[in-house]
Ligand binder design. Structure first.
Ligand SMILES: [Zn+2]
Length: 496
């Protein structure tokens, strides 16, 4: 038995000015790994592709991994990058195989295609009309009909933060191996509702997504092969952005339809609870100070979430609004993770550890989609540390995967330790802090450019959480986004 296993993951923020060339799909740049290098990078990790490898090895299959391509979210994927990745996967399937297992995101927009995943699957079906195709998708999938039309079985993450990526790969993969063994015949139904849940209200530990995902797991316990609700990714101005669901049963089309509709109705009834209400930044800063003043010793830092500039939602990770407010407020004993500014890192490397420097920090990206120019902030401090920025996730999210922040420096203002990085990474793992010599538990304030994923590895150390509305292209304020292509009417942009 020959199985083709591949990965093509990108969540596209169509408002993001951050470019997406092929090199963004490889850790630290270059070309995404293929064959044995891809196998070595992902075998045994907490990823969907890792689970596919494990299942295929257990089945005694010959495995080909034509490519494992995973990029941090950013603007539309360059056509050349998509053609390279899709070309590798299509080439492997064209050589003939018994099954295809794909670790995809579900919200990829390319320069040419609104539905990158649908286009890949369409091409694969043109090569082989019959081969079973199992697909693992991110919960932030913006679902298009071509995905369901051409895939054989689909499973989506059931957690946000995404700590079940490997479990999701296992759910999709098991359905395909059951089909190959003649033990199951996947029947699939999908649908969507005209609603754009706010990312800040999508956490699966919070209502209403908690109940939606619990019902998916219950359906699987009742016999569904896979049941998934996708909360969607709203910072993408494309027709099918928003909430959807897909259910796979064993040969029962009517049951798949009924269960899928039940999930969609549940979500639609809860639409008001998916609306996020922003707090003014001054109010957030005052609240953070009050929390620290009232905190018991050793209770852990108050986390300041700079949720409008999260690189894992396509943010530039260099807006200075929230960090600037912290500096203006004179907050002490703080750490900030992180500001993306390769030039500033190079200046600190040139100055050397221990040197005092004054930098025009951050604000290098203009954001024409939301009418903002980049605004660097002049910051003076001591270069505390310089490192290569590589670390391996401890988990639970993306356990075992390597991250590469590129050349990295810590700028200590005397009050705030600012991590400055050269490649985008979201802080969701303690290893990111260990790599730069910061113990976040010992800080009074911890600024994170993150929305929900920080909870995966850092929630347990937080003494309090304050969501800070700064600026950026992953803004949580829909009024800042000029939606032109998303289907209308859609809630909450329109009254429904
Ligand atoms: Zn996601």
């Amino acid at each position: 038995m020959r199985v083709v296993i591949a990965q093509m993951k990108h969540e596209t923020n169509t408002y993001s000015p951050v470019p997406t060339p092929l090199s963004r799909f490889a850790v630290g740049g270059g070309v995404p790994p293929e064959g044995p290098a891809a196998h070595a990078a992902y075998r045994g990790t907490g990823s969907a592709i890792g689970a596919f490898i494990e299942l295929a090895e257990a089945a005694g299959a010959d495995i080909e991994i034509p490519i494992a391509a995973n990029a941090w979210p950013s603007g539309p994927v360059e056509d050349a990058a998509f053609e390279h990745i899709a070309g590798r996967i299509c080439g492997a399937v064209a050589r003939g195989c018994d099954a295809v297992l794909l670790d995809l995101h579900g919200a990829m927009v390319t320069q040419t295609y609104e539905d990158g995943e649908g286009e890949l699957l369409r091409r694969l079906r043109a090569i082989d009309a019959e081969v079973p195709i199992g697909v693992a998708l991110d919960m932030h999938t913006n679902f298009y009909p071509a995905i369901a039309e051409h895939a054989t079985a689909i499973a989506g993450y059931q957690t946000y933060p995404h700590v079940d990526m490997d479990g999701t790969g296992a759910r999709a993969g098991r359905a395909i191996f059951a089909l190959l063994a003649g033990r199951a015949h996947p029947a699939m139904a999908w649908g969507n509702r005209p609603m754009l849940p706010h990312v800040m209200r999508q956490g699966s530990d919070d209502s209403p997504n908690r109940e939606l995902q619990a019902r998916c797991r219950e359906m699987e316990a009742q016999g569904a092969l896979c049941a998934s609700v996708f909360v969607g990714f709203p910072n993408a101005d494309i027709a099918n952005a928003g909430l959807s669901a897909v259910v796979v049963t064993d040969g029962d089309d009517a049951l798949a339809r009924r269960w899928c509709d039940e999930l969609l109705e549940m979500a639609w009834r809860a639409r008001d609870a998916f609306v996020y209400v922003l707090e003014a930044l001054e109010t957030s800063m005052a609240r953070a100070r009050a929390l620290v003043a009232a905190a018991a010793p050793g209770s852990g830092p108050v986390v300041l979430l700079d949720h409008c500039d999260n690189c894992a939602s396509g943010g530039t990770m260099d807006t200075m609004t929230v960090l600037g407010a912290m500096l203006d407020a004179g907050l002490e004993d703080a750490a900030a993770f992180a500001i993306f500014d390769p030039d500033a890192v190079q200046q600190m490397i040139a100055a050397g550890v221990g040197a005092s420097v004054t930098l025009a920090l951050g604000g290098k990206f203009d954001m024409p989609s939301i009418g903002l120019s980049g605004e660097p902030r002049t910051v003076t401090g001591r270069v505390k540390l310089i490192c290569d920025g590589r670390y391996r996730n401890r988990g639970p999210m993306a356990r075992g995967e390597v991250n590469d922040m590129g050349p990295t420096a810590v700028l200590d203002t005397g009050k705030v330790e600012i991590v400055v990085i050269s490649n985008h990474v979201e802080p969701h793992d303690l290893a990111a802090f260990v790599a730069v010599g910061i113990d976040p538990r010992a800080k009074r304030y911890l600024m994170l450019k993150s929305r929900v994923h920080w909870r995966a590895g850092l929630r347990d150390l937080a003494g309090g959480v304050v969501e800070c509305a700064g600026t950026g292209v992953c803004t949580s304020d829909y009024a800042r986004l000029d939606f032109k292509r998303v289907r209308r009417p859609i809630f909450p942009l329109d009254p429904l």
